[in-house]
Design a protein around this ligand. Structure first.
Ligand code: XBP
Ligand code: MG
Length: 256
C-alpha cells in the first residue's frame, strides 16, 4: 500500500547540477585563485561520484598541481566545498533554479491523497533548504515527514543508508514507499533498501543505465514506461499500480 513518496533532490526535484552545483564549484576554484574549471562534459563524468566533497577529493587526487600532502589536499577540499556551497545557496536564493515539471503537482496531490513525503539526498541540508524555501516557501519542512541529507547519512548513494533512515523516519516498510530518482547511484541505493523506484531522467543521466528501476519517464508530466505498460504521466493511481504489480511479482534473485 502506498504510504509515502521519497524524493531525491539533485536532478529529480530540480536540474541543479549543470547550471547550479557545477557553476558553484567553478566559482570556488576561481575564488581561491585556482585555474581549474569543470566543463559540462567533465562534470558529467565526475557525477558518477556521489557527493560534492567526494567529487573534489577524487578530482584533486589526479591533479599534479594540487597539494601533495593528503592533509593539505583535504584542507583545500574543505575550503572549496564551503565556498561552493555558499555560492550555490546564493544562486538558488536569487531564484536561479526552478522545480522540474510535475514536481509541485505530485507533491500537492500526494498530500491531498494522504500519502506522506520524505527527502533522501546526498547533498547537505542547507542546500536543500535554500532550494525548497525558494520554491515551496519557508514552511516547506511541514510537508515532509522525514528529511535525510548528507548531514545525517554520510555514506553516500549507492549506499542505502539515506533511504533506510528515511524509512525509519517515516516509520514505514520499504514495500509501502516509492522512491523518485534520477541517477544510477540513486536507483541502486533505493533498490538496496528494498524500495520501488521511479526514474525521472535528468540532463546528465538521460541515457543512464537504470537496471532495477520499476518505471521511468523523461519528467513527471510526461509518459511513463514500466514492465507492464505505459501511462500518460506520473500520478498517485500510477504509483499505487506500480506497488501492487511489484507486490504480486515473485522477487527476482537479485531482489531477495
Ligand atoms: C547529488 C550529489 C551532490 C550534488 C552536490 O546526488 O551527488 O553531491 O552534486 O551537492 P543525489 P554537495 O541527487 O543522488 O542525492 O556538494 O552538497 O554534495
Ligand atoms: Mg539525483
Amino acid at each position: 500500500m502506498l504510504r509515502a513518496l521519497i524524493w531525491d533532490v539533485d536532478g529529480t526535484i530540480a536540474e541543479t547540477e549543470r547550471d547550479g552545483h557545477r557553476l558553484a564549484f567553478n566559482h570556488a576554484f576561481e575564488t581561491l585563485g585556482l585555474p581549474w574549471r569543470w566543463d559540462v562534459a567533465t562534470y558529467g563524468d565526475l557525477l558518477r561520484i556521489a557527493g560534492g566533497r567526494e567529487r573534489l577529493v577524487h578530482d584533486l587526487a589526479q591533479r599534479a598541481e594540487a597539494p601533495a600532502a593528503e592533509a593539505d589536499r583535504l584542507a583545500l577540499v574543505d575550503r572549496l566545498h564551503d565556498v561552493k556551497n555558499a555560492a550555490y545557496r546564493a544562486m538558488v536564493d536569487a531564484g536561479g533554479i526552478p522545480l522540474r515539471p510535475g514536481v509541485t503537482r505530485l507533491i500537492e496531490s500526494a498530500i491531498a491523497d494522504g500519502a506522506r513525503l520524505a527527502i533522501a539526498t546526498t547533498t547537505s541540508r542547507g542546500n536543500v533548504d535554500a532550494l525548497l524555501r525558494g520554491a515551496i516557501g519557508a514552511n516547506w519542512t511541514e510537508r515532509f515527514d522525514a528529511v535525510v541529507c548528507a548531514d545525517e547519512a554520510p555514506r553516500k548513494k549507492p549506499d542505502p543508508e539515506v533511504y533506510r533512515l528515511a524509512l525509519a523516519g517515516l516509520a514505514i516498510d520499504a514495500a509501502d514507499a516509492v522512491a523518485i530518482e534520477d541517477s544510477p547511484n540513486g536507483v541502486a541505493a533505493a533498490r538496496a533498501a528494498g524500495i520501488a523506484t521511479l526514474v525521472t531522467r535528468s540532463f546528465y543521466f538521460a541515457d543512464g543505465d537504470f537496471d532495477g528501476a520499476t518505471a521511468s519517464c523523461e519528467h513527471l508530466d510526461g509518459p511513463v514506461r514500466w514492465l507492464d505498460g505505459e501511462a500518460p504521466c506520473v500520478d498517485l493511481p500510477l504509483l499505487r499500480t506500480l506497488l501492487a504489480v511489484r507486490a504480486r511479482r515473485p522477487a527476482a534473485p537479485h531482489d531477495r
